[in-house]
Ligand binder design. Structure first.
Ligand SMILES: [Fe+2]
Length: 406
């Protein structure tokens, strides 16, 4: 899949073009001829939550997403309610149980709010599923057509870490609001009125950059191998040991990506430290492996942070020493705004041979100390903020300590 073919229908709909995407999420050219499992891009991040109706409001009012589709008892779905929200090329689907015996009840009891499905848009579902099966993946859903008055979607699904899955979607013959079974739905929520005339950005984020998976101790390489063999992903960066160890806890991380880097999956496992690592805490409270954070790409991280903070979103605190440390400052060099502007917001900077990136991390978004968001603004850098890991993890540990889990 060459870069020019990589726009998903959502991205095209959002008016994103390839150059914008390239800057937002760091795309690269690659030879698609040998790709056994071509991926166009992200299709949707599907969440199971305790209260989808309220979560849908949260993502509209706080994260500036737009409600576009719905499925629930009114549409014949007796099992659960599902709200489809969009921001730029990013699609979230929030599902909450309606029927007391819905399978989502058990899922939520086990994991709390979290990501159940990282769905990917692919040009050929059957080819992907058959390759995945050959490589020993667990096929959860055989390829099948699903049809309604808007056309036909072909879907199939494979299992990945924990109770997480990848649904593979070919929506080239479909123009409905999401999938058959969903109806178009808009909300009465008026975001611009809500925010007043304070110059809020049209969108807080435009694209999904990466989704990080936390897996058990000793299993990282198994899942790296899974993404290589089953999905034809390639290695990006590799972080081991001292790169991301603080004095007390450590983790190991490797990053795999689809051919053109449109889809990037860092995979973490805990490493031995003096105290419980943040990955151990996640695994304990999520009840096993799962998606740890979603990096939302923005073209204006300062405005995004200002809006989110005004809405009450809490970010990890970056110590002032991060900005005054001479070594760190020298490494950061010149960025598009004065360092003081970043310091005022706690935004981190990292630089590599290709450029730099700005990033910031929220605290966990639910009751359990599990999933959270990253905001990322790339300026050429294809990395993940490796140089920030230590400063960042020390900040995370201060939070863990406050929760009594350190
Ligand atoms: Fe990240």
């Amino acid at each position: 899949m060459a870069i020019e073919h990589t726009l998903t229908s959502e991205e095209a709909l959002a008016g994103l073009d390839v150059d914008q995407l390239k800057q937002l999420v760091g795309l690269v050219e690659y030879d698609e001829a040998n790709d056994p499992f071509p991926v166009t891009g992200w299709d949707a991040v599907v969440w199971v939550v305790g209260n989808a109706a309220q979560a849908a409001h949260y993502y509209q009012s706080v994260y500036g997403m737009e409600l576009v589709a719905y499925s629930g008892p009114e549409t014949g779905n007796r099992d659960h309610a599902a709200y489809v929200l969009r921001s730029g090329g990013v699609r979230f689907v929030l599902k909450g149980a309606v029927a007391p015996d819905s399978p989502l009840v058990a899922h939520h009891a086990a994991h709390g709010d979290g990501v159940v499905d990282i769905a990917l848009e692919v040009p050929d579902v059957d080819r992907c599923i058959s390759h995945a099966r050959e490589q020993g993946a667990t096929v959860l859903e055989e390829p099948r057509d699903v049809t309604d008055e808007h056309g036909t979607v072909r879907v199939g699904a494979i299992a990945t870490y924990g109770d997480t899955r990848h649904t593979l979607v070919d929506r080239s013959r479909y123009d409905g609001p999401y999938l058959p079974g969903y109806v178009e739905r808009r909300s009465g929520f008026d975001r611009l009125n809500h925010r007043g005339a304070a110059g809020a950005p049209k969108r807080i984020f435009q694209a999904l950059d990466h989704v990080v998976g936390n897996v058990e101790l000793g299993r990282m390489d198994t899942w790296v191998d899974f993404y290589h063999r089953v999905m034809g992903f390639t290695n990006m960066a590799e972080f081991i040991g001292d790169d991301i160890a603080t004095d007390y806890s450590a983790l190991m991380s490797k990053v795999v990506a689809s051919g053109n880097h449109r889809v990037k999956f860092p995979l973490n496992e805990p490493a031995a430290g003096k105290k419980k690592s943040q990955i151990d805490e996640y695994l304990e409270f999520y009840g096993g492996p799962g998606a740890q954070h979603l990096a939302l790409a923005t073209n204006d991280i300062l405005a995004a942070v200002d809006v989110l903070r005004a809405e009450g979103v809490e970010f990890l605190v970056t110590p002032d020493s991060y900005y005054t440390d001479p070594e760190l400052r020298a490494r950061i060099g010149e960025v598009r705004v004065p360092i003081e502007e970043l310091q005022a917001r706690g935004i981190l900077v990292d630089r590599d041979e290709d450029g730099y990136l700005l990033q910031i991390f929220t605290k966990p978004i639910g009751d359990r100390p599990t999933v959270f968001f990253e905001l990322i603004e790339r300026h050429g850098s294809l990395g993940f903020g490796k140089g920030n890991f230590k400063a960042l993890f020390e900040a995370i540990e201060r939070e863990q300590e406050r929760r009594g889990n350190f």
